[in-house]
Design a protein around this ligand. Structure first.
Ligand SMILES: [Ca+2]
Ligand SMILES: [Ca+2]
Length: 329
């Protein structure tokens, strides 16, 4: 039996995926939960199982049944450390699905810093990909389960990206030219010159939206974000675009962005720290022509995100989003 098991392991690892560059171990859960730390904290309740019926490949997948959510997004998590170096780029890939479409799975790279991305799963196996630059050495990959229900995950792969093939050269040039450097704007790719890189577009709560890049008539550079809300969600935050921003607690910042819409649409912008439940939002009306909007805010934490809530039916465009610290005189 044991021999059979190992023979099988060899077959799956060599034929199904060329995982020799995978920095994770047992990303396909063929070796049960080995190498993974699975946890539920406080009042959260979840069951982790090796699923032999519902799997993407091999014989098993990870099945997480979330019964009760905790107070924090990380209360139900799984984590595995891998060898990483600061400033190197990594690609994270995995297959996942949920018992119902719309469940959010959050992937996070962490050690003393936290860089996360949320993925909205469907009820069918799909490949999800995320590229991220390591903010420090010795990261771990964590997954957080943000909704009640059943999640299935298989074939998690973390690979180091080679220096010369991680971005198209043209987008690198334009992002430097138009979006400014990260150190002064606190926000990367605020001009959408790298497409939706670092942005997460969410549709939830029955909402429907079309997220596009407008490469014909952006405000600046070669691209802007064009969002058409087809059906609002139950809540204002159900359809949104968000990203991590680099701010420090208690410092004051000026957020500026350009927007336009067909039909004077409402634009809602929010800075937030979901972990600490800090939400600060402002709404504007965007007219037919590109117009500059600006808003000062004080960061309530050092882990804030910027979220644009899409609340008005129709099309709104955004470009040149910047966040700059206001220096005291
Ligand atoms: Ca598997
Ligand atoms: Ca742009």
């Amino acid at each position: 039996m044991k021999n059979l098991f190992f023979a099988f392991l060899l077959i799956t690892s060599s034929t199904v995926f060329s995982q020799k560059d995978n920095l994770l171990k047992n990303g396909g859960f063929e070796n049960n939960f080995n190498n993974w730390e699975l946890n539920t904290l406080d009042k959260a309740k979840a069951f982790f199982k090796n699923d032999k019926k519902t799997k993407f490949s091999g014989e098993k997948s990870l099945n997480v049944e979330v019964v009760d959510l905790g107070a924090n997004t990380w209360d139900i998590h799984m984590v595995q450390p891998f060898t990483s170096r600061k400033n190197s780029k990594y690609q994270i890939q995995f297959y996942a699905k949920a018992n119902r479409s719309g469940k959010i799975l959050k992937a996070q790279l962490q050690n003393t810093t936290y860089t996360g991305r949320e993925f909205q799963l469907t009820d069918e196996w799909k490949l999800y990909t995320w590229e991220s630059k390591a903010k420090e050495d010795d990261l771990a990959l964590a997954f957080h389960f943000l909704g009640k229900g059943t999640y299935y995950i298989d074939n998690i792969v973390v690979e180091k990206l080679r220096k010369n093939n991680n971005k198209k050269p043209s987008s690198n040039n334009t992002s430097n030219k138009y979006s400014g450097s990260k150190s002064t704007t606190m926000i990367g790719n605020g001009g959408f010159e790298d497409g939706f890189a670092d942005w997460v577009n969410v549709t939830d709560g029955g909402g429907k939206a079309d997220f596009k890049l407008n490469r014909r008539s952006p405000y600046e550079g070669e691209s802007s974000m064009k969002v058409t809300l087809l059906k609002p969600g139950k809540n204002q935050w159900d359809v949104q675009s968000f990203k991590e921003i680099n701010v420090k607690k208690n410092k004051t910042y000026k957020l500026t962005f350009y927007a336009r819409s067909v039909g004077n649409k409402k634009v809602k912008v929010q800075v937030q720290d979901d972990f600490k439940k800090i939400y600060k939002s402002t709404t504007f009306n965007a007219g037919f022509e590109w117009e500059k909007f600006s808003w000062d805010f004080k960061a309530g934490s050092s882990q804030m995100q910027l979220a644009i809530h899409h609340i008005g039916l129709g099309t709104v465009e955004y470009d040149s989003i910047k966040i700059e610290q206001i220096k005291k005189k």
